[in-house]
Design a protein around this ligand. Sequence first.
Ligand code: UD1
Ligand code: UDP
Length: 376
Amino acid sequence: MRENPLVLHVLGARPNFVKAAPVVRALGELGVRQGIIHTGQHYDALMSDVFFADLGLPEPVANLAVGSGTHARQTAALLVGLEDVFLAQEPDLVVVYGDVNSTLAAILVAAKLGIRTAHVEAGLRSFDRGMPEEVNRVVTDALADLLFVTSPEALAYLASEGVPPAKVHLVGNPMIDSLFAALPALDPAPVVARLGLPSRYAVATLHRPANVDTAEAARELVEAVLEVSRRTPVVVPVHPRGKARLAEAGLVDGETIKVIEPLGYVDFLSLVRGAALVVTDSGGVQEETTMLGVPCLTLRPNTERPITITHGTNRLVTPALLPAAAEKALADGAATPAGELPVMWDGKAGPRIATVIAAWLKGDNLAPASQAKRPE
Ligand code: UD1
Ligand code: UDP
C-alpha cells in the first residue's frame, strides 16, 4: 500500500449521504486521506445539497452530474464518469453505500481497474429480483473486497452466496449513527407549526417503482393514503420520482392531506419523531422509525430489512389493508418495539467501519482484489 493512501467515497442518492456521513467523519478523525465523489444521480437541492449541510459532509472533490435516465443510460454515464475519476485520482480504496445505481457502477468500475472496494450496508436481501436495488446489492456484494454488514441475517446470506467470511464485518448501522447525531436537533414543533398540522398526524413517503411507476399502482396507493387521512391528517413529502404520477392519481393538497416538497434531513426526522404513524416504502425510513419508536406501515410485499419487523415497529401492508392497519396502529398509540433493538445500532457503526478500513489500509498482507473462492 502507498504511503498516505487515498479513500474515495462514491455517493449519488439521498440515502447514500446519510449512510456516509458517520464513516467520513470517523475516517477523518483517524487522519485518513479521503474525498467524496458525487455522481449527481440526485441533483435537486432538496435531494442533495440540504443533506451535505444537515449532515456536515465535506464538499465533494468532483461532481459527475450524471442526472436521470433509464437504468442503462444512467448506469452507462456513471461508468464512464467514474472511470475517468478513478484513473485521475488513483484511489487505494473506493467505498460504496447501499444499493443505488451509483453503488453498482462504482464497484464495477473499481473492480475492472483493480482498485480495492468496500461496501457499506452489505448483505441485505429482499429476494425480489424485480427490485432494481436487489440486482445492485447482489452484484455489489459479489465484487466487494470488504463488506460491512448492518444486520446479522446478512452474514448468512453472504455466506450462502460464497462470500468468504474473512471479508465480512458486522459493524452496526451508520444510518442510525446519523440519526443519533441529529437527535438533539430533532424538534417536531417548528415543522408542525410551519405546515399547520395538528398535534396528531401521520407522515407518508412513497417512491418505489412498483408503487409509483404505473397509474394503476399509484391510484390504489393514493386511495389508501387518502382513506387514512380521513381519520388522521397525513403529510406527504413527495419524492420527485412519483410526483406527477401520484398527483394524477389524486394526491393533491387538501384539508386533511398536505402534499409538500421533499424535506431536508433534520426537518424530515423532526416530523417523523412527532408523528403518530409513518406510512412508507423507503428502506431507511423503516430503520429510523424502529429507532424512534414510531409505528411504521410499509407498503411493500417484502423487505430487505426484516430486523425492523422482528426487533422494531415495522409491519408490511398492502394498500387494501392500509386503512385498517393504520387505524389499529393509531389506536394502539406509541409503538412498543417488537423485541430488543437491533444489535450494534448504537451510533458507533461509523467508528467501527473506520477502524477496520484504517487497519486494512495499513496491512501488508492484503488479499488480492475481490479474491474469489473456487467451490469445493
Ligand atoms: C434511487 C434509487 C433507490 C433509492 C432512491 C432514494 C436506483 C436504481 N434507485 O431511486 O434505490 O431508494 O434513489 O431516494 O438507484 N429526480 C429528480 N430530481 C432528483 C433526482 C431524481 O427530479 O434530484 C427524478 C427524475 O425524474 C428521475 C427520477 O426522479 O428520473 C428517479 O431518479 P433515480 O435516481 O433514477 O431513481 P430514484 O427513484 O430516485
Ligand atoms: N428523507 C429526508 N427527507 C424526505 C424523505 C426522506 O430527509 O423528505 C431521509 C430519510 O430520513 C432517510 C433517507 O432520506 O434518512 C431515506 O431516503 P429514501 O427514502 O429516499 O431512500 P431509501 O432509504 O428507500 O433507499
